[in-house]
Design a protein around this ligand. Structure first.
Ligand code: PLP
Length: 418
């Protein structure tokens, strides 16, 4: 497609994006006197009015500590707080709400599994497979554990198009493999991994699977039972919810056998001066006062995307991704990383002769917010022998006009460096 043809954006959107955009107050602000073009939702998504209101409503009307009070407000807050657990259970299609542990985000979820399940179940010489696509959050906790316990961490390679090399994966699996730590969607490239097939193969080899859903969860519906993953993590702030709250899903029998990791209030059954005993999962893993208002508002965020329909959101984002990809390709001199067709909502690229950080800084002056750098996924950069990329990530509120604004700004970058 040439640039002119690419300019004629598709119009028959199933999602009413203009109505959606009105829900997000921040999208109407300007940056340096230009309309904000927010293409950094993979780092953190903006929040709809509904979520902002839900969080402030807690403080205005329903706030008290949870799980501790007999008084009215504490019970209201506890009921609302626990309603989010039930909502996450439905959202992920977990078998029971007891399989949902509240954590601060994806990072804390992975660390929890490493420090409890991993410390208890893994022994010297055991192998952990991590894919080249992993975010540091699904790498470093395993390195820390490996150093402590004498484990072996091995990388699953990817093809040039960014997709997992399944032959290599099959040959890496063996009787020493105890865990596969895998992202469902790469935050650096947007590639969707063949998680279901990889989980099946891991289980055939006797290994457990930790699936990192931090990126995937806002782009398509998740069914942890169909996936049959052993653990699943996501962060609320990437799915239009507040920061400071996320969830860890774990199969009931695994969570029940795992020791606590942080000790304190609310995770105990009984404490004497000599000894503590602990609650059942998930409460055993939730020491101390949690992020109450944020947790309650996360339910509103999940309701928000469900009401719009994840299928429609996925369709809209796929349209934006293919439109942006075509327009970037039409520019020439652009290298796109991650070209496999199984992809959602992210395009990662470089421009000949211009450092990604210069691009990010220049387009920012046009109001265009993109991410530049290694995206906390240095092994991906090492795979392509690059230091950084420019990453544009798309969410349900982005438009083809915003893609056009990014392209126009990139054209200006090109002129500056010509
Ligand atoms: N995993 C992936 C794929 C991510 O993209 C991110 C955040 O960018 C994380 C894990 C870590 O999430 P958080 O920083 O919310 O804990």
């Amino acid at each position: 497609m040439n640039a002119a043809a690419a300019n004629s954006a598709p119009t028959n959107l199933a999602l009413d994006v203009e109505a959606v955009r009105r829900d997000f107050p921040i999208l109407s602000r300007e940056v340096y006197g230009k309309p904000l073009v927010y293409l950094d939702s993979a780092a953190s998504a903006q929040k709809p009015r509904q979520v902002i209101d839900a969080e402030s409503r807690v403080y205005e009307e329903e706030y008290a500590n949870v799980h501790r009070g007999v008084h009215y407000l504490s019970q209201v807050a506890t009921d609302k707080f626990e309603a989010t657990r039930t909502r996450i259970q439905q959202f992920l299609n977990a078998a029971s709400e007891n399989e949902i542990v509240f954590v601060r985000g994806g990072t804390e979820g992975v660390n929890l599994v490493a420090q409890t399940w991993g410390r208890q179940e893994l022994n010297e010489g055991d192998e952990i497979l991590i894919s080249t696509l992993e975010h540091h959050a699904n790498i470093v906790p395993w390195h820390l554990l490996a150093a402590e316990k004498g484990l072996v961490v091995k990388g699953i390679p990817i093809h040039d198009d960014g997709q997992i090399d399944m032959d290599a994966y099959r040959s890496l699996l063996n009787e020493r493999t105890k865990l596969v730590a895998l992202t469902q969607m790469s935050n650096a490239l947007g590639i969707i991994t063949p998680a279901q097939e990889m989980i099946r193969l891991a289980h055939d080899a006797g290994a457990r699977v930790m699936l990192d859903g931090c990126q995937a969860v806002s782009h398509s519906a998740v069914d942890v039972q169909a996936l049959d993953c052993d653990f699943y993590v996501f962060s609320g702030h990437k799915i239009y919810g507040p920061t400071g709250i996320g969830a860890l899903y774990g199969k009931a029998e695994l969570l029940e056998a795992m020791p606590p990791w942080q000790g304190g209030g609310e995770m105990i059954a009984r404490v004497s001066l000599e000894k503590s005993t602990f609650k059942k999962a998930p409460h055993r893993f939730e020491a101390g006062t949690p992020a109450i208002a944020q947790t309650i508002a996360l339910k509103t965020a999940l309701d928000y995307v469900s009401n719009l329909s994840l299928d429609r959101i996925a369709e809209h984002e796929a349209m934006l991704l293919s439109y942006a990809t075509e327009r970037l390709q039409a520019m020439g001199g652009i290298t796109i990383y991650g070209t496999h067709s199984a992809k959602a909502g992210i395009v990662s690229f470089a421009m000949d002769g211009v450092h990604p950080h210069d691009i990010g800084t220049i387009v920012d002056r046009d109001g265009v917010a993109v991410r530049v750098g290694h995206h906390c996924a240095q092994p991906v950069m090492q795979r392509y022998d690059i230091a950084a990329t420019v990453r544009a990530s798309f969410a349900l509120y982005n438009t083809t006009e915003e893609v056009d604004a990014m392209i126009a700004s990139l054209e200006r970058v090109r002129e500056l460096f010509a």
